[in-house]
Design a protein around this ligand. Structure first.
Ligand SMILES: *Cc1c(COP(=O)(O)O)cnc(C)c1O
Length: 444
């Protein structure tokens, strides 16, 4: 399928919105199949490889952890292998996609997905590495203003990054890092509590860094309002978008975010260890900020003069350190091409319907199983992406293992959460219905 006209996207979105208002979910195969028939994005499923379980596709609800492989990946990588064989070092200039500028072919597509301008985005390194590089530039820790505000239960790697950056500047993480968590007895962080914590610490706050979508609860934060509040307090505001990119609509430039970083192997399907991305707001494009510099961030025209004196490329590209990992980027390209064709608007419209259906199915099963399943992700579609985080009271990890044995790929996060993410790019309503059937069976 090749949808090219924007008009069509808008019509599809309208159809989805109308359906979302009117739809009466049913826990039947017929209903799920009807929804799939009406789904304008259904053919994209065939662009991906599904792991097999007893000869049929698994129910893959773990695209939030590692996205499925686009079928185009191997051809893209093969092309670079062939060009390497044919050209050797001259592939940097003579490959069909010259390696010297390979990262540039991802930039526009990536920028559209995060709502950034091309000068604000580049693909490079891994996510945690990029966080260190960005904090080197954007965590100004003075004597009095050195605190960092983040969400409680941030992804562990983010916690380690923040702690070590605080130590690097000679401060104590116990003092410098402020975590905002849910109130007693509540499952997710209240927006007003984040804003209040920013205001309360405004004289000492250097940085606000939050995961745009929390990996554990699936909570979506109001990034625009957080950026505004952070700036009003005199702080820099950055987001980790590992669970947001390719999952929810992002408008980083318009939201006035200072910087952001994300990996591409989750919703962006670029494979294990895939190349990550960064956003640096345009207002920093021409400032020679302190950074961990390397030759790939140096002015392109004079890079190969190999002279003394670092002269950064304007914009995000100036944060590059090493030359681009072409094979990883070739894999990433396969997925970004698909995202660029579909667009986040159509994807999110389907996502709301699909995750709403999963919520409905879980709630139906709950009625006959003593409400043993508790969805801790928000019921408000505006405050979640496609992931639902579910506590199975009294069952715990055993339930998760039983699901996996029955051909459902979900994942377990300590201490007691099953995460299920129906991904709109390749999951179907029938997947959700079948998930419900398996869930009911293993609960019985
Ligand atoms: C997945 C994830 C990471 C892992 O980053 P890598 O450095 O790419 O391994 C870091 N932070 C968050 C929030 C994540 O979800």
């Amino acid at each position: 399928m090749n949808i090219t006209s924007n008009v069509k996207y808008i019509v599809f979105s309208l159809v989805y919105c109308v359906t979302l208002q009117a739809v009466q979910y049913q826990n039947t195969l017929e209903f799920a199949q009807q929804m799939d028939t009406a789904d304008q994005l259904k053919s994209y499923r065939s662009c991906f490889f599904f792991p097999q379980h007893h000869g049929s596709d698994v129910i893959y609800f773990t695209g939030n952890s590692l996205g499925l492989q686009p079928k185009k990946v191997s051809a893209n990588i093969q092309q670079e292998l062939d060009d390497w064989a044919a050209f050797g070092v001259e592939g940097h200039w003579n490959a069909r996609n010259p390696w010297l500028s390979y990262h540039e072919i991802l930039t526009d597509k990536m920028a559209r997905l995060v709502g950034g301008k091309p000068i604000e985005v580049v693909m490079m390194n891994g996510l945690s590495v990029n966080l260190h590089l960005l904090l080197t530039s954007f965590y100004y820790a003075g004597k009095d203003r050195y605190k960092i505000l983040c969400e409680q239960k941030a992804f562990p790697s983010d916690q380690y990054v923040l702690e070590s950056q605080v130590r690097l500047r000679g401060h104590n993480p116990d003092d410098a890092i402020i975590e905002v968590g849910p109130r007693e007895g509540e499952q997710f962080v209240r927006h007003e509590d984040i804003i209040a914590a920013i205001e309360k610490n405004k004289d000492q706050l250097a940085l606000v860094m939050i995961g745009g979508v929390n990996y554990y609860s699936g909570q979506v934060f109001d990034m625009k309002a957080i950026a505004q509040a952070g700036h009003a307090a005199g702080a820099i505001v950055g987001f980790d978008l590992a669970h947001a990119v390719g999952n929810i609509e992002l408008k980083l430039h318009d939201w006035d975010v200072d910087f952001a970083a994300w990996c591409s192997y989750k919703y962006l399907n670029s494979g294990p260890g895939g190349v990550a991305g960064i956003f640096v707001h345009e207002r920093y494009a021409n400032l020679n900020l302190i950074r961990c510099a390397g030759w790939w961030g140096h002015d392109k025209a004079s890079r190969f003069k190999m002279e003394k004196g670092f002269n950064p490329i304007p914009g995000a590209e100036g944060w590059q350190v090493s030359n681009a990992p072409v094979f990883a980027m070739a894999a990433c390209k396969a997925s970004l091409d698909i995202f660029d064709e579909v667009g986040m608007e159509a994807l999110c419209a389907k996502s709301k319907l699909l995750t709403g259906y999963l919520e409905f199915i879980v709630n139906e099963i709950n009625k006959t199983h003593n409400n043993c399943l508790e969805i801790i992700t928000s019921q408000d579609p505006a405050q979640r992406g496609c992931q639902l985080s579910i506590i199975a009271h009294g069952r715990g990890r055993k339930l998760c293992d039983a699901l996996i044995e029955s051909g459902v790929v979900v994942d377990w996060r300590e201490p007691n959460i099953i995460r299920a993410a129906p991904v709109p790019l390749y999951n179907s309503f029938e997947d959700v219905y079948r998930f419900g059937q398996v869930l009911e069976k293993v609960l019985d």
